[in-house]
Design a protein around this ligand. Structure first.
Ligand code: NAD
Length: 278
């Protein structure tokens, strides 16, 4: 899909958003992690918007804000600056959400970061104390921090979604400390699902196959991995951002009302492959 097509207003005449019908009608969704039109978070937002959700967005700092605001302008109830390394930003984001909505039905956490030097070379040498702390804080702790701040707004029936990758389960060259952070994130999903289940709040993750995005460009060898990967998955193809958007729609809608603590692989089957010959 061309970038300008993706920037079309979400609530076109006759669409679910305009008519008030759709799987997400009446739901209010806070989307974190949109950097540009290739972001997984943006594909999720587009899908939710097309199914009638009201949307609000957070972005990381003013530099990112300049790119994100025009992209989301036509669909956003609020666009909020929130660097998840700062507790005060997280608290303020919750206050900003409260100003526009008295309730939050969906929180999408689509945030990850590790210093570039930690994503190349040998794992032991590349994983400094600082790289470990930053990767784990931004990519895993931030889910806990955001949820603690937003939870007072979340009602029974609401849901939380985060994004993970196969590098949490098995070694993927160059993924290094990010694999450790994603393992922590996946474990957090299970503890959080157990904790928040008593409040009627569901917590799930999508483990997405590799996609060309800003975050992925920090991982050395991404281009060749994508080329090789396409021939190796059971479905013999790579996934798209829209594939993740569709799965997110399922997990965050009432269709998944009894699904929680789940890591759903949207990876054309990549994660089931052991040793096969083709
Ligand atoms: P992206 O670069 O579009 O999104 C990453 C987002 O993280 C950006 O919007 C960035 O601003 C945000 N972020 C980083 N540090 C932050 C901070 N301190 N505070 C607030 N926001 C911060 O890339 P993406 O590929 O769409 O990544 C979204 C999620 O999907 C990430 O968790 C990523 O690990 C995961 N994922 C990506 C792939 C892939 O191949 N692209 C595969 C599986 C999972």
């Amino acid at each position: 899909m061309a970038p300008d097509e993706k920037m079309a207003p979400l609530a076109e005449a006759g669409s679910a958003a305009a008519t008030g019908h759709g799987l997400m009608a009446g739901k209010r969704a806070l989307i974190t992690g949109v950097a540009n039109e290739r972001s997984i978070a943006w594909a999720i937002a587009e899908r939710f918007g097309a199914e009638g959700a009201e949307l609000a967005f957070t972005y990381q700092g003013e530099g990112m804000g300049r790119r994100v605001r025009p992209l989301v302008a036509s669909s956003a109830k609020a666009v909020i600056d929130c660097d998840v390394l700062r507790d005060e930003d997280i608290e303020r984001a919750a206050e900003d959400v409260k100003r526009v909505w008295d309730r939050l039905d969906v929180l999408v956490h689509s945030i990850a970061f590790a210093p570039r030097e930690a994503l190349e070379g040998r794992f032991v040498e590349a994983t400094s104390r600082d790289a470990w702390r930053i990767a784990l804080e931004v990519s895993a702790y931030s889910l806990v921090g955001l949820v603690r701040a937003m939870r007072p707004l979340m009602v029974p029936g609401s849901s939380i979604l985060t994004l993970t990758y196969y590098g949490a389960e098995k070694v993927v060259t160059h993924y290094n400390v990010m694999g450790v952070a994603k393992a922590a994130l996946e474990c957090t999903v299970r503890y959080m699902a157990q904790d928040l289940g008593q409040d009627g709040i569901r917590v799930n993750a999508i483990s997405a196959g590799p996609l060309k995005t800003l975050a992925a460009s920090g991982i050395r060898g991404m281009r060749s991995m994508l080329a090789e990967n396409a021939g190796k998955t059971p479905l013999r193809r790579n996934i798209t951002q829209e594939d993740v958007g569709d799965a997110a729609l399922f997990l965050c809608s009432d269709l998944a009302r009894n699904v929680t603590g789940e890591i759903l692989h949207v990876d054309a089957g990549q994660s089931i492959v052991g040793a096969v010959s083709m």
